[in-house]
Design a protein around this ligand. Structure first.
Ligand code: NAD
Ligand code: AKB
Length: 318
């Protein structure tokens, strides 16, 4: 049997804390090495402190564990990134160069690179096609679109099997988001379940592309397990789950929590949201590796509320 050894950077984050468990379920706990800048609150399996801006440490980690796949999640997201653009560029690009080089020099078979709907900008219109023009408005989006091109370059020049998705805003109950423009769509469920008024940093009608965490995990695994010949996009695949506005998610929540209340106080993140498309055309992903989302807004809302209610009840019993 051929074993895979998987290294995850930025594993403590919103996606990493969930993806790590998915990958451990597939490859076995001993074969998945989670890493981040510090230890997580709860440690279930192998974990290493790793600052991915440090090329030597990253390469040493790849050699130490004979890594065959890297999931590179470490990054600074859209809203937080605007607070320090040059530092964000440095972190997002240097970590990715270090991953690509460590992979190339040490025989890593596959690399996963998470891109974002943030690669699109004001000229994309309402719906982003797979090959729409990329004119991102944030340093985060600029770094992601540069990263997509580097992925394609390493594939074409060195044959490195880099695969990538343009995730929409990810919504899940397991973890909290870390500084993006779509974060409101997670926070809103926590406030609803805690019976608090939700103050939304976007206008009521701002429609953005989003995806439920289970669908995001499914798409990631499907992409990474697809046969090489099925992968026709080496920059990054468009990926769609659902699209909705704050007033639509609030209405969906009220079907279960009728007295839920929301107020709108848009801040600097409104401008970022306004630069992103409302819809994503993901036909290429559907055709190439049979991607289909399983969740719509109401189905996601039901699961989010029920899981968060269980979580908060368990905490209150402690
Ligand atoms: P997050 O902010 O929750 O987590 C990022 C993690 O990276 C954090 O735990 C942080 O400590 C770590 N990190 C930062 N700098 C690091 C460094 N120098 N070395 C090692 N680790 C470092 O982000 P997330 O939501 O989990 O996103 C993961 C990836 O997916 C990112 O690349 C992000 O751009 C991408 N993505 C996320 C979303 C989303 O909605 N969550 C959407 C599109 C793309
Ligand atoms: C963000 O809002 O920055 C992220 C993303 C869509 O990339 N959630």
């Amino acid at each position: 049997m051929v074993y895979e050894n998987v290294l995850i950077t930025g594993a403590n984050g919103q996606i990493g804390s969930v993806l790590t468990e998915y990958l451990r379920g597939i490859y076995g706990s001993d074969h998945v090495i989670a890493s981040d800048l510090k230890f997580p609150e709860i440690r279930n399996g192998r974990f290493e402190i790793l600052d991915a801006t440090n090329a030597a440490s990253l390469a040493a980690m790849v050699r130490k564990y004979r890594v065959t796949q890297i999931y590179h999640l470490a990054a600074i997201l859209s809203a937080k990134g605007e607070q320090n653009p040059l530092e964000t560029w440095h972190i997002n690009m240097q970590t990715y160069f270090n991953v690509l080089e460590a992979a190339r020099e040490n025989g890593v078979k596959k690399v996963f690179y998470p891109s974002s709907i943030a690669v699109f900008g004001e000229h994309v219109g309402d719906e982003a096609a797979q090959w729409s023009y990329l004119d991102p408005a944030t340093v985060y989006g600029i770094s992601k679109s540069a990263g997509e091109n580097w992925s394609n370059y390493y594939f074409k020049r060195y044959g490195l099997d880099v695969r990538s998705l343009r995730y929409p805003g990810i919504i899940g109950y397991q973890s909290m988001p870390g500084g993006g423009t779509t974060d409101y769509a997670v926070d809103i469920y926590h406030k609803a379940v805690k019976k608090e008024v939700f103050e939304c940093f976007l206008n009521s009608g701002t429609v953005l592309p989003m995806i439920y965490i289970s669908d995001a995990m499914d798409a990631t695994i499907r992409l990474m397990e697809a046969p090489q010949q099925k992968i026709t996009v080496r920059t990054s695949y468009n990926l769609a789950g659902m699209s909705f506005s704050p007033e639509e998610i609030a209405a969906s929540i009220r079907k279960t929590i009728p007295d839920f209340s929301i107020v709108y106080k848009p801040d600097f993140r409104q401008k970022i949201a306004d630069s992103w498309p409302r819809q994503i055309d993901d036909a290429q992903a559907r055709n190439d590796w049979a991607w289909r989302p399983a969740y719509n807004l109401d189905k996601m809302t039901e699961e989010m509320i029920s899981e968060l209610q269980k979580k908060y009840q368990a905490v209150s019993k402690q």
